[in-house]
Write a protein that binds this ligand. Structure first.
Ligand code: AMP
Ligand code: ZN
Length: 463
């Protein structure tokens, strides 16, 4: 089954056909490194990591180039460095390291390339010069602006009218702009601000030109997928699209524009500026396993809004725990991953990255393992354990050994609960119903609810 992806440009699901299956190319806007990543940022990283994993599975590990930049020059960085009394490069290096650690904990693979803006200023200057030469941009008072009027397709990605474009960008009306919708490609720096020499004086690039220049430098002028959060469609991606296509004589820039939905708290988008955020690092420091956070993020389809709650995290914790308990049934020495992920899991992901459906198939496998185990069907149990482990891997989950994951308090809980469930089953088999009920009540007193299934097996959950 081919991969289907929703394309924000056409507003429909389309079959994904790579430009070159030997080198599938994806660019995703990365973090602005002035502060820790919150779990809204983490959602974007995990979603595109999931797409990267699917592409690698489909086209081969060596046939996908995933570029995610590091924005290490930005006014927020300048302000944060000043507030901390820290040199800019020390702040950006430190924050980049923390970002790498946090995303690795969430099971996100490092991208193939991670270009930094400050290492690509010459390419940005070259692209701006090209835009000026082709009359898509003009220099004025130390600034260079993109002339939106020179690009009739402007607004095509975000499908906004001119009025909406102006309102959405909260455009600055400046005397040097020919049109209030024109946006900055280059701006002057004061002596105390970081800057680079350029044909327009000492200054620094605008945000949008960074991604146009870095994607071209590493993926060429035309590539397969460009991703980011929904908030980037306008103005960031609209502007990137205008710059890149007009710098290349109108040649197509990107085939698929892919955007993840927002992660919210009480229905309000999580953001640094609102202060309603929780960082990945805080959760990890409170002993929430990275896998649990990842599963919580993947439990909602990437295009749907995800309202973050404590209950979602607890459900995810329980799910990961149950997966490892299932993988540990019969204490297998090693699980053979060679049959690969089950077709249903793969098909769910191929359908516009339907991770909730893929997870549902994993839950079914865990249940089936428990049933086989109770019924003494070792072959069926091993087969499903292999499928669960391989399906989990494709989702960036279940990469640890069950012993490793289950060690600690919860593990002893699990072993104890299992032995109590077995004792209860035995009691029921021998018609000692009072004993069986006593075990159920004891477990309930410790917060464990037993659920008898129609097929005669027993599952449990935390109350
Ligand atoms: P920023 O550092 O704010 O530029 O964001 C980095 C990435 O995280 C971008 O792809 C954003 O679209 C994404 N992002 C930021 N906030 C959220 C959120 N609340 N939910 C989902 N994605 C977000
Ligand atoms: Zn970008």
């Amino acid at each position: 089954m081919p991969i289907q992806l929703y394309n924000s440009l056409t507003r429909r699901k389309e079959e994904f056909v790579p430009i070159d299956p030997q080198n599938v190319r994806m660019y995703v806007c990365g973090p602005t490194v002035y502060d820790l990543a919150h779990i809204g940022n983490a959602r974007a990283v995990v979603v595109f990591d999931q797409l990267y994993r699917l592409l690698r599975h489909t086209y081969g590990e060596g046939h996908v180039t995933y570029v995610r930049n590091i924005t290490d020059i930005d006014d927020k960085i300048i302000d944060a460095a000043r507030a901390n009394g820290e040199p800019i490069d020390a702040l950006t290096r430190r924050t980049t390291d923390l970002f790498h650690q946090d995303m690795a904990a969430l099971g996100a693979l490092p991208p193939s390339l991670e270009p930094r803006c400050t290492a690509h200023v010459p390419q940005m200057i070259a692209m701006i010069e090209q835009l000026i030469a082709t009359q898509h941009a003009y220099a004025a008072e130390g600034h260079v602006l993109f002339a939106v009027g020179s690009w009739p397709r402007y607004g095509r990605l975000s499908r906004r009218s001119r009025q909406e474009l102006l309102a959405g960008a909260r455009v600055e009306v400046a005397p040097y702009k020919r049109d209030p919708g024109d946006f900055v490609l280059w701006k002057p720096s004061t002596p105390d601000q970081p800057g680079w020499d350029s044909p327009w004086g000492r200054g620094r690039p605008g945000w949008h030109i960074e991604c146009s220049a870095m994607s071209e430098a590493h993926l060429g002028p035309h590539f397969d997928i460009h991703g980011g959060g929904l908030d980037l469609i306008f103005p960031h991606h609209e502007n990137e699209l205008a710059q890149s296509e007009s710098a290349h004589g109108g040649e197509k820039f990107v085939n698929f524009w892919v955007h993840n939905g927002f992660l919210s708290v009480d229905q309000t988008k999580m953001s640094k500026s609102l202060g309603n955020f929780v960082t990945a690092r805080e959760l990890l420091q409170h002993d929430v396993p990275g896998e649990v956070i990842r599963l919580a993020l993947l439990s909602t389809h990437y295009r749907d809004p995800l309202d973050w709650t404590e209950a979602k995290l607890e459900q995810a914790e329980q799910a990961v725990f149950r997966f490892y308990v299932a993988l540990n049934r019969g204490k297998p020495l090693a699980i053979d991953l060679s049959p690969g992920p089950p077709a249903v899991v793969l098909e769910a992901l191929q359908d516009d990255l339907n991770t909730p459906l893929a997870l549902t198939h994993l839950y079914e496998l865990a249940h089936s393992i428990n049933r086989s185990h109770e019924q003494g069907d070792a072959a069926g149990r091993s087969r499903d354990q292999a499928a669960l482990a391989a399906g989990g891997r494709l989702l960036g989950l279940l990469g640890r050994t069950p012993e490793e994951y289950l060690k600690g308090a919860q593990a002893s809980d699990a072993a104890l609960i299992d032995s109590r469930i077995a004792a209860r089953a035995q009691a029921r088999k021998e018609h000692r119903f009072a004993d069986a009920d006593k075990i159920r009540a004891e477990l309930l007193a410790t917060g464990i609810v037993l659920e008898d299934r129609p097929d005669g097996t027993t599952d449990w959950r935390r109350a």
